[in-house]
Design a binder for this molecule. Structure first.
Ligand SMILES: NC(=O)c1ccc[n+]([C@@H]2O[C@H](COP(=O)([O-])OP(=O)(O)OC[C@H]3O[C@@H](n4cnc5c(N)ncnc54)[C@H](O)[C@@H]3O)[C@@H](O)[C@H]2O)c1
Length: 444
């Protein structure tokens, strides 16, 4: 074996060895919905983990053994800290890590174009502190080609030889906050590397914490697989939202239709209608592919169509509120309306892209006096496009009775639905919680 191969293999073998015997130090960059549970998981199995974030509050909370997400209890953070998890805003510690896993946001710009500046900024920040023998793995959702076109050249420009003295991987995250059926370790994880040796190191990085690692042949395959998963969801939700409107016009119960179709043991997957898409992923990620496909002269028509139908849903809900109020000779203008659940989905404290907020905005614009009740948000959070100076109303029969109409936006399990349907003057249910429509319960 020549000397070059010996050096190359020594970096790889040494890193794999450290990852396998768990002496490797793991750096997680971005301690949000994705990064925090991943950091906790690494700490749980015995790795020493350092979380890096630009938000000093997160580092402070972790130092105090406290959580900042309702769905992750203090106890889990405390246990992780006792097992060697710490967090910092000091990126000079990057050199002490063996693995660097990037979990930073990938939002859209105003014109629905990918904003990968968080990823590229992270890379620029960590590069001066990197050393030979480390692996960088990107987990943020992004368009196919990001790892190859944005991360690889930056590492090369800094003098690294990828697959030799530095390893580069892409492994999309599949976190589903609030879903208690799966944990970080039990969700299979797609893993890819820029070179075969990068893939080998990446497999070692994830095999210690994930039950089933799924290697694929390139970073582009891994990047696009994540987008396909989210586009599949966005398109099917768009389809069922359209079906909901058709069923409504025909006087057919869409939930009975779905339940009947779902008895087919093959070829059908049940999706449920709702007030529109929300969260950091499904409303955003599909447009990462749309943007990249344009470079190849391809229009992603399914994505556009699903986007159109799904983004119409808040207006559909508002039309239903109008219909409900009309039925008792009232108008949206001047009515008091309570939105239950402002999170983008049930049982989480995440309001990003929440359709409930859009519904509140539309109702207010039509003259309604809108308030909300959501135990996950005692105060209405400041958002990029909205700023309702409101505090959550207490959930009680008396509160429900105060309003001309109650809209179920996010169907948290904390709400008592019997109370909602029995005490509210009118209910507009966007989540199929009501067994049937009645004179005072409208589905939207
Ligand atoms: N939330 C989900 O359920 C989910 C699921 C799968 C994939 N993803 C993807 O994972 C990525 C992260 O999403 P998230 O929901 O965890 O985001 P998040 O906003 O909850 O967390 C991101 C964290 O990164 C930090 N950050 C931003 N810039 C940074 C920088 N330069 N250096 C260090 N830290 C920085 C932020 O302060 C924040 O704490 C996104 O690409 C998202 O699409 C999210």
């Amino acid at each position: 074996m020549n000397i070059e191969n010996t050096i190359k293999n020594s970096f790889k073998d040494h890193l794999i060895h450290k990852l396998e015997d768990r002496s490797a130090r793991i750096g997680i960059i971005g301690l949000g919905y994705v990064g925090l549970p991943l950091a906790i998981r690494y700490a749980q199995v015995g790795y020493t983990v350092t979380g890096f974030d630009i938000d000093p509050l997160k580092a402070e909370k972790i130092a105090a053994g406290e959580t900042y997400f309702k769905h992750i209890p203090n106890q889990r953070v405390r246990e992780a800290v006792n097992n060697g998890f710490s967090a910092t805003t000091d990126f000079s510690l990057v050199g002490e890590m063996d693995a660097l896993i990037i979990c930073v946001p990938t939002p859209l710009k105003e014109q629905r174009e990918p904003d990968i500046s968080f990823v590229t900024n992270t890379m620029e920040t960590i590069l001066p502190h990197m050393r030979h023998g480390q692996i960088v793995s990107l987990e943020s959702t992004t368009y196919p080609g990001t790892t190859e076109e944005e991360l690889k050249p930056r590492l090369q420009h800094a003098g690294f030889e990828i697959g030799k003295d530095c390893f580069l991987a892409y492994s999309p995250e599949r976190e589903d906050p609030g879903n208690t059926d799966f944990t970080t370790s039990t969700i299979p994880k797609v893993v890819s590397g820029t070179t075969p040796d990068c893939l080998q190191v990446a497999i070692a990085l994830y095999s210690g914490v994930i039950d089933q690692v799924v290697p694929v042949s390139s970073t582009q395959v891994a990047e696009m697989s994540k987008l396909l998963e989210n586009i599949h969801r966005a398109v099917n939700i768009g389809l069922v939202n359209e079906m909901k409107i058709v069923a409504d016009k025909m006087g057919i119960d869409i939930y009975q239709v779905i339940a009947a179709a779902a008895t087919k043991p093959f070829g059908f997957v049940a999706y449920y209608p709702g007030p529109g898409l929300g969260g950091h992923c499904i409303p955003i990620d599909p447009f990462y592919l749309t943007w990249k496909a344009r470079e190849y002269g391809v229009n992603t028509r399914f994505i556009e169509l699903a986007g159109e139908i799904n983004s119409y849903m808040p207006e559909w809900v508002v039309e239903k509120v109008g219909e409900a109020l009309n039925s008792v000779a009232k108008t949206i203008d001047g009515s008091r309306i309570l939105v239950l659940g402002i999170a983008y989905k049930k049982n989480v404290d995440d309001i990003r892209e929440s359709p409930s907020v859009e519904i509140m905005k539309l109702l207010s614009a039509q003259g309604a006096m809108v308030e909300y009740c959501d135990p996950y948000f005692p105060n209405f959070p400041k958002m990029r496009n909205y700023d309702f100076k409101l505090q959550s109303r207490t959930f009680s029969a008396a509160t429900l009775q105060e309003y001309d109409c109650v809209v179920i936006g996010a169907d948290h399990d904390l709400f008592d639905y019997e109370l909602i349907f029995s005490k509210s003057q009118l209910v507009v249910d966007t989540r199929g919680r009501a067994k049937e429509q009645t004179e005072h319960i409208f589905r939207a």
